[in-house]
Write a protein that binds this ligand. Structure first.
Ligand code: NAP
Length: 338
């Protein structure tokens, strides 16, 4: 089978054109069980060949390991790639297994220097606040981020898991290029307020976990029995026990649509997210995560699938029926602050 290069979309109002699908790199080092460095390197190269230019990491992924792992690839292709990384999930010295949310100026300054060092680049193309610390006014946090732009350490700013009000307040301080939040057939909270605000403000949407952390591909059902002991998905209520079994039944319409297109379930899940761009009228650049070159081919090919109105109608009821929260600790989601 031959694969063609994917189309592009604009990242932020005055930002660069990037491949309309990015690549989530978290699982290459962290969170989803065993990793394979050789396969991950091949996945990165294959993605670039297919027109993927936005690569997503964070300082928190493997406590810096993911940024270090990606560095040689980024350096080899510096002019072709758009590097997105994040700060805010700090490791408390007394317990390295925990993460605390920090948005204060000293922490941001420390975090950006550490990311630049690990990535071994002069500038970060897109720098996100990973999570919001409600004890720090967002204007102050974005003020520090804006200073990093002026100092040439960072090119564009992004926010992850923020509310519409937080996005508006941030945009009052400095243009925000992108909001990164969970958006998939299973997770549509942001459509009520965040997406309309982003459209109005000229902010692009970067959906994370567009494959529902792999659940929407049908590759596992109950994380508690199907995945390894260290897999983060074993902590997520919707992927475990009775919830997981009920949620697996919700994939039936996805299967119906997939059969009609001769596509996989994952491709239909991705096509649905890609199509949010036309449905909601703003640039949408999902970042499916995979560490396998064959799956990069499969996922990027989904950018060529267009779902009919009837098919969108069939998929529409799914999210309202999902059993179980996205996170065990919902302080990690913006939803509770709306
Ligand atoms: N801002 C945030 O708070 C936040 C939170 C979570 C994630 N993220 C970012 O978003 C990226 C994507 O999200 P995600 O990785 O959580 O979830 P995802 O993209 O929805 O799903 C990733 C999972 O699906 C599997 N997968 C990928 N393509 C597949 C295919 N074609 N068939 C079957 N399985 C497939 C992957 O396994 P293999 O690797 O084995 O293919 C992995 O287990 C992350 O890498 C990270 O950069 C951001």
């Amino acid at each position: 089978m031959t694969y063609s290069t994917i189309p592009t979309a604009r990242l932020g109002e005055n930002g660069p054109e990037v491949g309309v699908q990015g690549l989530g790199c978290m699982g290459m080092s962290f969170a989803y069980g065993p990793t394979d460095a050789d396969a991950s390197r091949a996945a990165l190269e294959r993605a670039l060949e297919l027109g993927v230019t936005l690569y997503d990491t964070a300082d928190a992924y493997g406590a810096g390991e993911n940024e270090k792992f990606l560095s040689p690839f980024f350096k080899a292709h510096r002019d072709e790639v758009v590097i997105a990384t994040k700060f805010a999930l700090a490791i408390p010295p007394e317990d390295p297994s925990r993460r605390i949310i920090r948005n204060d100026a000293p922490y941001i300054r420390e975090a950006v220097e550490a990311s630049l060092r690990r990535l071994d680049v002069d500038v970060i193309d897109l720098y996100y606040m990973h999570r919001r610390d409600v004890n720090v006014p967002i204007e102050d946090t974005v003020g520090v981020m804006a200073d990093l732009v002026r100092e040439g350490k960072v090119k564009q700013l992004g926010l992850s898991e923020v509310t519409a009000d937080e996005l508006r307040a941030a945009q009052g301080v400095h243009p925000i290029a992108a909001v990164q939040s969970e958006w998939s057939l299973f997770s549509r909270d942001i459509e009520a307020q965040v997406v309309p605000a982003a459209r109005e403000l000229g902010v692009s949407l970067v959906p994370y976990s567009p494959l529902g952390r792999g659940f929407l591909t049908g590759s596992f059902t109950d994380a508690g029995t199907d995945l390894t002991a260290d897999d983060f998905r074993r902590q997520q209520p919707r992927f475990n026990g009775e919830n997981a079994v009920a949620n697996a039944a919700l994939l039936e319409p996805v299967r119906t649509v997939a059969e009609a297109h001769g596509a996989s379930l994952g491709q239909i899940a991705l096509a649905w997210v890609q199509q949010r761009s036309t449905v909601h009228g703003l640039p949408v650049i999902p970042i499916p995560g995979t560490s396998k070159p064959g799956r990069v081919e499969e996922n990027t090919a989904a950018t060529g699938i267009v779902l009919s109105d009837e098919e969108l109608d069939l998929l529409e009821p799914i999210s309202a029926k999902v059993a179980g929260d996205r996170y065990a600790d919902m302080r990690f989601a913006s939803a509770g602050r709306e």
